[in-house]
Ligand binder design. Structure first.
Ligand code: FNR
Length: 193
């Protein structure tokens, strides 16, 4: 059947370049036959993590929503801004909350990480920090990550990338990930929760 992808940007900003990149990823996946479940970070909003809140099996609604959306799709894609060489605090906070469910929702799910930044490094350091909790939780984080440098001037009016060589690399990156996720659906060792 169809392979489905949860895609979201980890920025809350209205004119976010990461949201633009996430939307482009959604387009490319649709064009290549995949199904997209597009989310915005505000749907996964969680209070500051505090173990004292964890009474009577409490989980914030934003964490429940993320858990449901991870489980409803075959894989997830995050476009994350880089703040101070690392991932945004709201994203790590949400991951910490979601990690408290049993079964633990990140386990054995495939993820692709991408970033956009006005800088020349494209926010790539933030993605290395994001790999740490995800891999700790058993997510199969795709080796290739996509970081869009000088992202504030990289998009054309239709939301595509002006640089056609880069647009091809972006599409190849996504299609490689799609093929892996599709193939892994046939591995008997992976059970959907
Ligand atoms: C930034 N920005 C940034 N950029 C970068 O490439 N490396 C970095 O370490 C940082 N650090 C940083 C810290 C803080 C607190 C802010 C607010 C911003 C710039 C950042 O890439 C830029 O604001 C992007 O536009 C943020 O992504 P969205 O919101 O446009 O998706």
């Amino acid at each position: 059947g169809h392979t489905s992808f949860l895609i979201f940007s980890a920025s809350l900003r209205d004119n976010s370049i990461n949201t633009r990149l996430a939307k482009l990823a959604a387009q490319v996946i649709g064009k290549n036959g995949g199904t997209v479940d597009f989310a915005i970070m505000s749907e996964f909003d969680c209070p500051s993590f505090n173990q004292d809140l964890e009474v009577d099996n409490y989980h914030p609604e934003g964490a429940q929503e993320f858990r449901n959306r991870i489980l409803a799709n075959d894989a997830f894609i995050i476009a994350a801004p880089e703040y101070n060489g690392s991932m945004p605090g709201i994203l790590k906070n949400m991951i910490d909350w979601v990690s408290r469910f049993r079964p633990q929702p990140f386990h054995q799910h495939h993820a692709l990480l991408m970033s956009a930044s006005p800088s020349m490094a494209g926010g790539n350091r933030g993605l290395w920090s994001l790999r740490i909790p995800l891999e700790h939780l058993g997510t199969r984080v795709y080796p290739d990550m996509f970081s869009l440098a000088t992202a504030h001037e990289a998009f054309d009016e239709d939301g595509g990338l002006k640089d056609k060589t880069l647009a091809k690399r972006f599409e190849d990156n996504l299609v490689g990930f799609m093929n892996l996720v599709e193939a892994s659906k046939h591995y008997p060792c992976i059970k959907k929760a």
